[in-house]
Design a protein around this ligand. Structure first.
Ligand SMILES: [Zn+2]
Ligand SMILES: [Zn+2]
Length: 246
């Protein structure tokens, strides 16, 4: 790395991260689309044209996510920029689960308010109509965003790792939850048991039944992982009826 000089090394890191995000998207969305074809045969029938667009927008989003992530990963390796740590004893052990929760809560708050902003009619037409063009969304729609929307999502984790300490393994858990929930919330069917979704805990968690309703009704259910912002702001309208009747 020392012979490369910073500009080339940053470029390599950004390209590598773009490739990783793109391949992660293809592998995980592909996996859940395949699972959908097994447990809900014919669920995506007639949606091939839409799915092609979802994949195109998602791969463009991969570059927008990959570039800031690559720059910060390079800064972490070369200059120790981030608060990512590798020795679990750097902070008390309780911080491992607490940091995962903190990241999810912070990401959720950012998402709720930027998402609400993107539903302002003028902003919606420019930045968010792409995401809602998926009717109904599929497992391939997880990263189907206009570049402006992709940018609002892409800065979150790179900004948080500069500010909030997190073990590299806990960060892996955050990224896994982010990836899996982003896909399954758009998958078109509920994978979690009714006993969880309709439980007291379920009242505070977002799964496909909740986000599907956002895609049906638009101006409600704006959250990402949790429902407290929707509850507090009066924007929670409950679960999709199409799902709850199953
Ligand atoms: Zn969505
Ligand atoms: Zn929306």
């Amino acid at each position: 790395m020392a012979t490369d000089g910073p500009p080339l090394a940053v470029l390599v890191s950004a390209c590598a991260m773009t490739a990783i995000v793109g391949l992660r998207y293809l592998a995980t969305s592909g996996l859940f689309a395949w699972i959908t074809s097994r447990v809900r045969p014919g669920h995506y029938t007639g949606l091939h044209g839409q799915i092609r667009k979802e994949i195109g927008w998602s791969l463009a989003s991969a570059a927008i996510y990959g570039i800031p992530a690559g720059v910060v990963a390079w800064g972490w390796q070369e200059h120790g920029w981030t608060r990512i740590y590798t020795d679990v004893h750097t902070y008390p052990l309780w911080w491992l689960p607490a940091s995962v929760l903190a990241y999810l809560l912070l990401h959720d708050a950012w998402f709720y308010w930027t998402h609400r902003w993107m539903h302002e009619p003028r902003v919606f037409r420019i930045a968010h109509a792409v995401h809602h063009a998926s009717r109904p969304p599929t497992a391939w729609a997880a990263m189907s965003f206009h570049p402006i929307e992709a940018l609002t999502g892409a800065v979150v984790i790179p900004a948080l790792v500069l500010l909030v300490p997190i073990h590299v393994g806990a960060l892996g858990i955050v990224l896994t939850i982010m990836t899996v929930m982003g896909i399954t919330n758009h998958m078109g069917w509920e994978m979690f048991p009714r006993t969880l979704v309709h439980s007291r805990l379920g009242r505070w968690l977002i799964t496909a039944s909740h986000h599907q309703r956002h895609h049906e009704s638009y101006r409600c259910n704006y959250g990402l992982y949790f429902r407290h912002w929707d509850h507090l702001c009066g924007t929670d309208t409950g679960l999709s009826e199409a799902f709850s009747s199953r």
